[in-house]
Write a protein that binds this ligand. Sequence first.
Ligand SMILES: [Zn+2]
Length: 128
Amino acid sequence: MTVSPFDPAQLHAFETALSERRRELNLESQRLADTFAGVQSSRSDGSADGAHDAEASSLRTEWSRMSGFQGEAVEELAAIDRALQRIVDGSYGLCVRGGERIPQGRLEIKPAADLCIMCAEKAAPRRR
Ligand SMILES: [Zn+2]
């Protein structure tokens, strides 16, 4: 059986950080969705076709920026949910691959981290 290396007070602090981060991501993704909806509706209002191409291209830029963020946000939200689940089941702070302790400093920067630094580097050598 794996047991989290952290005591309940530390776990609670991580849980708070994770919930806070989840709230921020949800707000940000909502804000972007609203912005994008605004761009779309202001575009359909105008019947002048002169700037059509420029608008279409700015819409595409907005869209790709938003969908890029949304993709990352979805991934991070999933990681946060898994981390919260590990707090519940008592395995938080342990590498999900090797079972090593994840250094506390790493978790303070990235509370949703589920791999120790070694495994993270092996898993994604080009992504930091
Ligand atoms: Zn590991």
